[in-house]
Write a protein that binds this ligand. Structure first.
Ligand code: ARG
Length: 582
């Protein structure tokens, strides 16, 4: 159990000794630090249970607390708020438990297997800022859950089997009608065909085809037919589809890699095709499919619904499966192959209804055990300065690559280190740009829409990724410069700043818990900023390397190394890389 939780448990026991029973005692961080570091507010509740004056109860508790030498400056405010301060000796003892590992400020959870679906990039279409948010939030949640002891698997769940691919193939057919893929009599080896198309071409082809399909019914019809063909593994079309997926997927992998995102499972919607038939059989057996204008639907409405809940479209009137059916089949696949305790879906909040329908249908059909938690983790939109969805300078949708490029143009201006070659600068700027993007994206509460201000978020000062990187690198450099000096033991503090840093350090497990509970990373970004700012205050108040009191110097270096470890741990959870220098 973490130090802070152990302390809370101890206080509970002390309260019991004083004659009172509290089930969930909370050690609140005080908002009046002049009165104490923490506050216990339970006397008021106890007063009701024990029919006593709260002030009297508080006095009884304080009397017991006073016997414990971990506490000092105990006092009662107002009707019975107990203010508590921890002694420096005790805080120093706590810190000394953390010099070799952070285990005492991390509370492992009961083991659970979780699949997180947070990819969703679409093959042959450029990744956009929406996919960036899924990746940032999903990857960080995955790492957080892992840190807290869960077994977690990320699934890319690429969109690789739908109509967009039909459009791309249709357009390729118009551009290169002579390709052997379109020749029904071709008997050669498909793997030997050189497709004169790069990933960049694919990304350009899709918007053109999509535009045409919008305005041309006949074109759209052919797209539908082609989609049917590759979905049913028809010779030629299926081979071309495979080739396109291969080209696009390797680019998608690179793009995810650039934003420090990786998946344990690289499945696509196409991998779920083999589960569609069985899914349908399950729904049929349970008589959940209803005819509706030639389509098959599942009624997912409940009595208690206040908002409209349309039925889930299971089979379109042209007998093709839908996005929802694919998600149902995916649940079956995950159940069979991984048997998870929970499945989390990180997508933008516009898909909330979709997931509600899918989860309800999955429950009706018992696709997974009742205990299995299916959870949609929605997020808001990353907007441009005008408060509207991000657009490029010429008004197009902002692709992820474009955004990274724009931020990079800012961060490179801010790296003023003469010891670096141009090459090095470019390399480091890329890492800093990704940090700027990721940190800014995780600062607001997950569901909040926010404005991405490129210039502000790339600043080295303020609540930004670059500020955290810069500060963390400075800690590392201090530790390197002092590599021959001892830094194992903390024996004393000089000012209150060290006390404040320690309190912040002890608070970490509560922040991690809260972050996991809310499935939002803003708790962590906020904490990192606070801890780092406190550390920087301490750093500027003291001349650590030239300090003559060797015990104080060792204490400071040991404290630095703990803060440095925490920063590294948290930046790693946020999947932000720290460059060698800056
Ligand atoms: N490919 C989808 C999109 O771009 C996201 C997929 C999300 N995951 C899921 N299981 N439906 O909107």
């Amino acid at each position: 159990m973490s130090i802070i939780k152990e302390l809370t448990e101890d206080i509970k026991k002390i309260v019991k000794k004083a004659g009172y029973e509290v089930e969930n005692l909370v050690l609140e961080t005080s908002n009046r630090p002049d009165l104490g570091q923490y506050q216990i507010n339970d006397a008021m509740n106890l007063a009701r249970t024990y029919h006593k004056n709260p002030r009297e109860i508080a006095e009884d508790i304080v009397k017991e607390l006073e016997k414990d030498n971990r506490f000092t400056n105990l006092n009662i405010a107002g009707p019975g708020f107990i203010n508590i301060t921890l002694t420096n000796d005790y805080l120093i003892d706590c810190l000394n438990k953390l010099t070799t590992s952070l285990d005492d400020i991390i509370d492992k959870k009961e083991k659970k297997k979780v699949i997180i679906d947070y990819g969703g990039a679409n093959v042959s279409k450029a990744l956009h800022v929406g996919h960036l948010r899924s990746a940032n939030i999903g990857e960080a949640l995955k790492r957080l859950a892992k840190t807290l002891g869960y077994e977690v698997l990320g699934d890319a769940h690429l969109g690789d089997f739908g109509r967009p691919l039909g459009m791309v193939i249709k357009e390729i057919q118009e551009l290169h009608p002579g390709l052997p893929y379109f020749d029904p009599n071709y008997t050669g080896d498909y793997s030997e065909i050189v497709l004169p198309i790069t990933n960049e071409d694919l990304e350009k082809i899709y918007p053109i085809a999509s535009q045409k399909a919008k305005n041309d019914e006949e074109y759209l019809n052919e797209v539908r037919q082609i989609t049917n063909k590759f979905q049913n593994k028809e010779k030629g079309y299926y081979e071309l589809w495979k080739k396109i997926v291969e080209i696009s997927k390797s680019d998608i992998k690179k793009t995810y890699d650039n934003i420090n995102t990786d998946f344990e499972i690289w499945n696509g919607e196409s991998d779920e095709a083999e589960y569609l038939k069985e899914t349908k059989e399950i729904f049929e057996k349970k008589e959940l499919l209803k005819e509706s204008d030639g389509a098959k639907i599942v009624e997912v409405k409940k009595e208690e619904d206040n908002a409209p809940m349309p039925p889930l479209m299971f089979l379109n009137s042209n007998h093709t499966y839908t996005y929802a059916t694919t998600d149902l089949a995916t649940i079956l696949d995950r159940k069979k192959n991984y048997n998870p305790d929970e499945i989390w879906y990180v997508t933008d909040d516009r898909q909330s209804l979709h997931f509600e329908q899918v989860f309800r249908a999955a429950r009706l059909a018992n696709l997974v055990d009742e205990k299995v938690n299916l959870e949609h983790i929605p997020y808001g939109t990353m907007n441009g300065k005008d408060g509207k969805p991000f657009k490029t300078r010429d008004g197009g949708v902002m692709s992820l690559k474009e955004l990274i490029k724009l931020v990079n143009e800012e961060t490179i201006k801010k790296i003023n280190n003469d010891t670096m070659s141009e090459e090095e600068k470019k390399d480091i700027s890329k890492t800093v740009a990704i940090a700027a993007i990721k940190y800014a994206d995780l600062v607001p509460f997950r569901t909040t829409d926010y404005i991405f201000e490129i210039d502000k978020f790339s600043e080295i000062e303020g609540k930004t990724g670059p500020y955290l990187l810069y500060s963390t690198i400075r800690m590392k450099s201090l530790l390197e410069k002092s590599k021959d000096l001892p830094k194992n033991k903390i024996t004393k503090f000089k000012t209150n700043t060290e006390t404040d840093i320690t309190l912040q350090i002890l608070n970490l497990p509560l922040v991690l818990d809260k972050s996991l509970e809310l499935k939002s990373l803003n708790e962590i970004t906020e904490y990192l900023f606070k801890l780092t700012s406190l550390y920087n205050k301490f750093y500027s108040e003291n001349k650590i390397l030239t300090e003559e009191d060797s015990e104080l110097q060792e204490s400071w270096l040991a404290l630095t190394s703990i803060v440095y470890s925490i920063n590294n741990l948290l930046l790693d959870i946020l999947s932000i890389k720290v460059p060698e220098k800056m």
